[in-house]
Design a protein around this ligand. Structure first.
Ligand SMILES: Nc1ncnc2c1ncn2[C@@H]1O[C@H](COP(=O)(O)OP(=O)(O)OP(=O)(O)O)[C@@H](O)[C@H]1O
Ligand SMILES: [Mg+2]
Length: 277
């Protein structure tokens, strides 16, 4: 059953398979994210990246294989249980509540730490004023860290996409996760904003490990400690960005000249050409 992966600290995906009808979206996929690591998952369209993300988040159940976090089985757990285990995520879209201001959205991310439901947060029924003060203070610190404090009282809908994405990441961090799962965080961002995102993720390493599913090669190359390359639902390569970019199977199967250029430090800022939808 195991692929020789020790199921200790961090996230271990061990021989996970998922199929939709007759289609094998993931076949015996194994990977590890150790504490303090930033691991990127890349691959062409339809490779299975989102399916892998969804299976780790608890949105999709694997047909076989196991997923553990710090030695505990997490496959078949509901997403809200994962928050309690220290796992937070941002989804491909930003998914903010437009009825709440930026700071209230971020405060709502701290709900798992308190005992108040998101629904009551939406209604403004905070459990106690002391709790609200604490959440507001912590959210304010995160807004400061993400340099979006000037937008605290704005409706997210009225703000640039990059600010919304920062708000979504700050909200995920309110739960003080030890593992952050990011699904295409760079979609819709400019090159400059992507560089800032890369710095933010690198800084996160001191408090959390990160699993980054991403199309943009220059972001993964500059941000990740290790990469896992999927193709047709299978891991075709893994290693450091330099190792992966030098792997001929990866180059032919998917990345072509682009990754070669990235690996030699002459990145062009190009993506795989996949949609940012
Ligand atoms: N809910 C679903 N029902 C049926 N097939 C699905 C479902 N989700 C994904 N698939 C199929 O599984 C395969 C893997 O899809 P997935 O979305 O995981 O790929 P991806 O690597 O995220 O692709 P992209 O880069 O286009 O986002 C694809 O062939 C896709 O059509
Ligand atoms: Mg996808």
């Amino acid at each position: 059953m195991t692929a020789g992966l020790s199921q200790g600290a961090g996230l271990t995906v061990d021989e996970v398979s998922v199929s939709f009808g007759g289609l094998a979206a993931l076949s015996d996929v194994s990977l590890q994210v150790r504490p303090g690591e930033v691991v990127g998952v890349i691959g062409p369209n339809g490779a299975g990246k989102t399916t892998l993300f969804n299976v780790v988040c608890g949105f999709v159940n694997p047909q076989s294989g196991t997923i553990t976090y710090n030695g505990q089985r997490i496959d078949r757990r509901k997403p809200h249980h994962l928050t309690q285990l220290g796992i937070a995520r941002t989804l491909q879209g930003v998914g903010l509540w437009n009825g709440l201001s930026v700071i209230e959205n971020v405060m709502a991310g701290g709900q798992a730490k308190t005992h108040t439901g998101v629904a009551s947060a939406l209604l403004g029924l905070w459990r106690s004023s002391r709790e609200e003060t604490h959440l507001r203070q912590r959210a304010g610190e995160l807004l400061h860290e993400f340099e979006i404090e000037q937008f605290a009282d704005w409706n997210p809908k009225a703000l640039p996409y990059a600010v919304q994405k920062r708000t979504a990441m700050a909200r995920a961090l309110m739960a003080e996760p030890t593992l952050l799962l990011l699904d295409e965080p760079a979609s819709g961002l400019s090159k400059g904003e992507m560089d800032e995102l890369s710095h933010l993720v690198i800084e996160l390493r001191s408090s959390a490990s990160v699993l980054l599913v991403e199309h943009h090669m220059d972001l993964v190359m500059s941000t990740c400690d290790r990469l896992v390359v999927l193709n047709f639902g299978q891991v075709i390569a893994h290693g450091t960005p330099a190792e992966v970019s030098a792997n001929p199977e990866v180059t032919t199967a998917y990345l072509g000249n682009e990754v070669h250029a990235m690996g030699t430090g002459t990145g062009t800022g190009a993506s795989t050409g996949a949609s940012d939808a």
